[in-house]
Ligand binder design. Sequence first.
Ligand SMILES: C[S@@+](CC[C@H](N)C(=O)[O-])C[C@H]1O[C@@H](n2cnc3c(N)ncnc32)[C@H](O)[C@@H]1O
Length: 226
Amino acid sequence: MQIRFGMGLARRIQRQLLGASTDDFSGDKARTYELVRTRHPNWDAEQAVYETLVSGFADRSVVLDVPFGSGRFADVYNRKHMSVIGIDSSPDMLAEAVRLRVEATREFDLRVGDARRLPVDDASVDVVVCCRFLAGIVSFGDARKVLAEFRRVTRSAAIIDLAIRNADLPSLRYPPRRRAPMNEKLDRTQLDRLLAEAGFGIESIHPTFAKPDGMRVAAVCVPLSR
Ligand SMILES: C[S@@+](CC[C@H](N)C(=O)[O-])C[C@H]1O[C@@H](n2cnc3c(N)ncnc32)[C@H](O)[C@@H]1O
């Protein structure tokens, strides 16, 4: 396992480059990340769906997990002998992943970086895994940038956590304001459109848990032109 950049430098880069659109997962928020979340049944439901989907990819695939967070999928990657690049803007979250999973992350390439400007070559990974990011904390404008980056780097697929607005609610205008958060704002047609604009089509949809205004899903997205 290797974490690029010293933690102090990385933290300064995080603050200066990522700016206000990025939630601050540092300090106590990083140290208690799983302690707080694993108590909730949504965590297990989501974990089971992602593990099943990741298991469906070939052994020894190259995986990019972004944001890597606490490294919750490390065991399934190892069972599949996958080569793992984990990217997160928070050095504290990467440190927490290593603290919780020192053995499991030993061979991983962990990097501090921004999902909107991935430090990864074009078409260099088989599958991108993205959980708890584009469905909630990210603005619509940033989601566009992140999806374009996923399309640039993946050769075959991306498993992306998305929120689909309930069909019985009125649809909101598309595109939303650039700064509008993604959570439960887009209906299925609008999500298809957003993904198509980035060069992806949805191959399959896997519900994880319900929110008041919508359903959280893991979407298996494939490049439109392969
Ligand atoms: C809710 S956590 C999700 C972590 C993990 N994927 C999971 O499912 O538990 C959100 C993560 O996004 C990271 N993050 C926020 N903005 C980011 C950005 N622009 N680029 C990369 N990571 C970012 C945070 O540091 C945090 O680890």
